[in-house]
Design a protein around this ligand. Structure first.
Ligand SMILES: [Zn+2]
Length: 160
């Protein structure tokens, strides 16, 4: 799925932990929440089969470009609000993308490594799920997920 989904999932995992264990020290938060954030990336990417996700960038398709522009702007806005307080969960929740798409593919021109795990998990968990990666309307699903995550994060931050 898209960066805002990963970012907000990482933040949500931390704020849920903080809501349940308000007196937990930082080291305990890191030990428990960090692996969850890392694992969340694979589960979310595996379930991305039900959202708009063409395997290759389609720069000539206005819909693809507009959608990704919105996603990037949304990511920046979310980072502006949350990066200072939640930087480590944000980094870890996005680490597989940072490693595979930025370090390996963009810088070293190599094949992704970690996303092979996400692909295997997808084949295992969602074998019978229809592949909607090319269906444009499924951006609604991604926006709905982002909306629910954002609302949950804001509610937990403000009422705990
Ligand atoms: Zn990913």
């Amino acid at each position: 799925m898209q960066a805002p989904t990963h970012i907000l999932t990482g933040i949500l995992l931390l704020v849920i932990f903080q809501a349940i264990f308000p007196t937990a020290q930082l080291w305990l938060q890191v030990v428990v929440v960090l692996p969850l954030c890392f694992a969340s990336h694979f589960i979310i990417d595996a379930s991305a089969i039900i959202t708009f996700h063409p395997p290759k960038a389609e720069w000539k398709d206005w819909f693809w470009v507009t959608y990704h522009l919105l996603i990037y702007i949304g990511s920046v806005v979310i980072l502006v609000f949350f990066l200072v307080d939640y930087w480590w969960v944000i980094i870890v929740a996005n680490l597989p993308d940072i490693v595979d798409w930025i370090i390996l593919r963009a810088i070293f021109k190599k094949e992704p490594v970690l996303h092979k795990g996400a692909d295997k998990l997808r084949n295992f968990l969602f074998r019978r799920t229809p592949n909607w990666n090319h269906k444009r309307w499924t951006v609604i699903i991604e926006f709905a997920i982002i909306g629910v995550l954002l609302l949950s994060v804001l509610l937990l931050i403000n009422f705990t």
